[in-house]
Design a protein around this ligand. Structure first.
Ligand SMILES: [Zn+2]
Length: 127
């Protein structure tokens, strides 16, 4: 829930910067703008939070605090984005140990297996 000042600032930012705002209406959702509605102080608009709000650091911090929004999840997610060791492609890792994209991992596994087999055969022929 936004306090009066924060809410007023949010409305001002919406009017000034939201690309979907037009005469109190939202072009994106084709309804009245959430923040112009009767419950505007209690509503959160995804588009606004993602694309408009970050333009104002101070307001963003206040807004998130007021709404109890925790962006930790996003942070967690970005921590799990890795660059593949082999092809440098960006991938989303599923475990801490993963260093390659799934395709390169498959190739690496195949190589490791071939190497094991080669050593095994070498050893066998020396006996
Ligand atoms: Zn790769």
């Amino acid at each position: 829930m936004l306090d009066r000042t924060t809410y007023a600032n949010v409305k001002r930012l919406v009017k000034r910067s939201c690309a979907n705002y037009s005469n109190s209406r939202c072009l994106h959702y084709d309804t009245q703008c959430d923040y112009e509605s009767r419950f505007g102080h209690a509503i959160s608009c995804d588009y606004f939070e993602k694309s408009v709000l970050p333009n104002d650091d101070v307001l963003e911090a206040r807004y998130k605090k007021a709404h109890g929004i925790n962006y930790q999840d996003d942070l967690e997610e970005s921590k799990n984005i890795r660059k593949c060791l082999d092809c440098s492609e960006v991938f989303f890792r599923k475990s801490n140990r993963q260093t390659r994209c799934s395709e390169c991992q498959r190739n690496a596994n195949r190589k490791a297996k071939a190497e094991r087999m080669r050593k095994y055969r070498e050893k066998a022929s020396n006996m």
